[in-house]
Design a protein. Structure first.
Length: 147
């Protein structure tokens, strides 16, 4: 059975798949429901197709089931952390670009494990503009991702 990630809580009247960047699929993983919903809605409004997951384990299932162009993940989450999710991703040779949007940056572990390769850090709190700009830069730099 194919797993579907959560769909973002999109405000009434807003399409879950806006046309501007419709080829670009984002998986947004964050345990904070309100922040996850807000960020998903903002990215959808910017034209991206967005799936969400409330924790690292759900995010991993989504990554295994579908193709995404970028992963945005929090680090500090119960169960599977963002860093552990990235380790799983890289150990499966997935070259998906990663943005870590978190209040905690695992600097020491990233320095010890450069193979984890995070494309961008987005320290919380961040602005809407910073979020959208960071996603655009990472996607532009990396081109279409392949599983």
């Amino acid at each position: 059975m194919k797993h579907r990630a959560e769909q973002p809580d999109v405000p009434v009247g807003m399409s879950a798949q806006a046309p501007k960047n419709s080829a670009c699929r984002i998986l947004l993983v964050d345990d904070d429901h309100d922040l996850r919903s807000l960020n998903a809605a903002l990215l959808v409004q910017s034209g991206y197709r967005v799936d969400t997951a409330g924790d690292g384990a759900s995010g991993w299932r989504a990554l295994k089931a579908d193709h995404y162009d970028v992963l945005i993940t929090d680090n500090t989450m119960p169960g599977v952390t963002g860093l552990e999710l990235i380790k799983k991703l890289r150990s499966e040779d997935m070259t998906l670009p990663v943005i870590m949007a978190s209040g905690t940056e695992p600097t020491e572990e990233l320095m010890q494990n450069p193979w984890l390769h995070i494309d961008a850090m987005l320290p919380k709190p961040y602005t809407i503009t910073e979020l959208v700009k960071t996603v655009g830069k990472v996607l532009h730099k990396s081109g279409p991702a392949r599983k």
